[in-house]
Design a protein around this ligand. Structure first.
Ligand code: UDX
Ligand code: UDX
Ligand code: ADP
Length: 461
């Protein structure tokens, strides 16, 4: 019978768990929502009375946290207690690509998900609905189920797959007005319990009910399709540079075909983010594990093209600067993988920087939301050179003009709106001449920049 949900627990206070639960709490004042995490510092930051210090930056998030925190939204490290008292438990922990063993560099590492399942199995004393919210490879629900079904107790668990489709930077808007909510499961009662939580603000006809496998696979497929569009237009961008076509004109022309649609056709230095690459690698890995090599190769090409796009951006910068960037200062505008987020996972900036550093460039970075510490750790994670070398070669500043002063070139890596409003004349005056701009996001006006005196190059023109 359909369970009345009065208390929800979410394991994992990250980019997905945090915003999603904040919106569920806001829209369901009668439900107590507790977000738990093993990371004490992260929980402390979520509890900071100064909401500008929340661990995640998302437009609109701080306001909702301020409104609901302490009323029906709580952040805690008392994981067992929150599991025990809740009827519904979301698993929203990180599932990075494996960095070791079988499936290294391809498969998702389910270690954290499994730990959560075991944690739930160990402490649950009453029946629970367990909801997988992390992006997971197909058939993960099966693994969670078999752990939960073998506890030896008579506690009953229903497993649901409820993939999250929010994009960072617009998480709150996406959660408030989702295109659809997808719930996959076996038990109709469990599905309806979760549907009623979303039903507080999402029309029932937008809540899709499927089997578990369709739900899990839909998440990977949605991300693969979105990423594929970007790689497709990026492939065309290179062809545009060789002909006299303009990729933005081509994108507009094809996007007006309603069968194609206009979204996700913005050519760029390459897509980043925690999802696209990881999910496609996952899809490729799963396809290969079933010996579907044509399927695997088809999707892998999306990643290969994306790597190529980042690489050729860096190569073009080097060759334009007379084939050497050694000892030259390159100013980076942006480090985040897209605007309006402080997230840098898989950001194109990291790979472009790494490539330029191999050529002994000096890089000065300005990003409105990313700290020097984060930039250093992103580069150190690649293990290409020592931490000391990274520290010496790369420096972030809090002032964009400082980052570009005496630079040989500007590389625009993220499409932050504020970059368009800078005093580009002043920047030009303070740079080394000739002053080059490599606009990896096509956000500046070419003729305006050339009028100032810049040597301007962008993607696909
Ligand atoms: C196509 C383009 O649609 C049209 O814009 C262009 O001017 C000419 O090429 P056409 O080849 O006439 O038109 O037919 P279309 O409806 O695009 O179908 C092409 C093939 O794709 C058909 O074999 C069709 O059965 C198949 N198809 C189409 C699918 O298998 N699945 C689909 O979802 C759509
Ligand atoms: C993505 C999906 O959009 C979301 O539905 C899913 O839940 C998680 O993964 P996210 O990674 O947050 O969301 O951001 P998204 O807006 O999709 O951008 C991903 C990357 O693609 C960014 O680096 C962005 O700059 C790039 N991008 C996006 C382009 O280069 N061109 C485009 O047209 C769109
Ligand atoms: P996502 O983008 O998927 O939300 P994040 O890395 O931002 O990923 O957040 C995942 C969170 O899950 C992290 O804060 C991490 O500390 C937490 N976490 C991972 N494993 C566990 C666990 N076993 N119990 C509780 N929290 C966990």
């Amino acid at each position: 019978q359909k369970m009345k949900v009065t208390k929800i627990c979410c394991i994992g206070a990250g980019y997905v768990g945090g915003p999603t639960m904040a919106v569920i709490a806001k829209k369901n004042p009668h439900i107590k929502v507790t977000i738990v995490d093993i990371n004490q510092a992260r929980i402390d930051a979520w509890n900071d009375s100064d909401v500008s210090k929340l661990p995640i930056y998302e437009p609109g998030l701080a306001e909702i946290v301020k409104e609901t925190r302490g009323k029906n939204l709580f952040f805690s490290t008392e994981i067992d207690k929150a599991i025990n008292e809740s009827e519904m438990i979301f698993i929203s922990v990180n599932t990075p690509t494996k960095t070791y063993g079988k499936g290294k560099g391809m498969a998702a590492d389910l270690k954290y998900v499994e730990l959560c399942a075991r944690n739930i199995a160990d402490v649950a004393k009453t029946d629970k609905i367990v909801v997988e919210k992390s992006t997971l490879p197909v058939r993960t629900a099966q693994a969670i189920k078999s752990i939960l079904d073998n506890t030896g107790s008579d506690v009953k668990f229903d497993i649901l797959s409820n993939p999250e489709f929010l994009a960072e930077g617009t998480a709150i808007q996406d959660l408030l007005n989702p295109d659809r909510v997808l719930i996959g499961g076996e038990s109709e009662d469990a599905i309806e319990s979760l549907a009623s939580v979303y039903g507080s603000w999402v029309p029932q006809e937008q809540i899709l009910r499927t089997n578990v496998w369709s739900s899990e696979l839909s998440k990977l497929t949605a991300n693969a399709f979105l990423a594929q569009r970007i790689s497709s237009i990026n492939a065309i961008s290179e062809l545009c540079e060789k002909t006299e076509a303009d990729v933005d004109e081509v994108a507009k022309a094809i996007g007006m075909d309603t069968r194609i649609g206009s979204k996700f056709l913005k050519s760029s230095v390459g897509f980043g983010g925690s999802c696209f690459q990881k999910d496609i690698l996952n899809l490729v890995y799963i396809a290969r594990s079933y010996n579907l090599h044509e399927v695997a190769d088809y999707w892998e090409q999306v990643i290969i093209l994306n790597d190529h796009q980042k690489r050729r951006f860096a190569d073009n910068l080097i060759s334009t600067l007379y084939n050497t960037v050694s000892g030259k200062k390159i100013g980076f505008l942006g480090w985040a993988f897209k605007k309006d987020t402080n997230d840098t996972r898989e950001s194109a900036a990291i790979y472009v920087a790494d490539h330029l550093l191999n050529e002994q460039a000096n890089i000065a970075v300005y990003d409105p939301k990313v700290s020097n510490e984060k930039i250093q750790s992103d580069l150190n994670y690649l293990n290409t050179r020592s931490e000391e070398e990274n520290r010496n070669l790369v420096q972030a500043t809090n002032d964009p003009y400082e980052a570009l002063k005496d630079a040989h070139a500007v590389a625009i890596m993220t499409e932050w709106d504020e970059f368009k409003t800078y005093d580009w004349k002043k920047i030009y005056n303070e740079m080394k001449k000739p002053a080059f701009i490599f606009d990896g996001r096509n956000i500046l006006d070419k003729s305006e920049m050339e009028k100032i005196g810049f040597e301007y190059s962008s993607i696909g023109k």
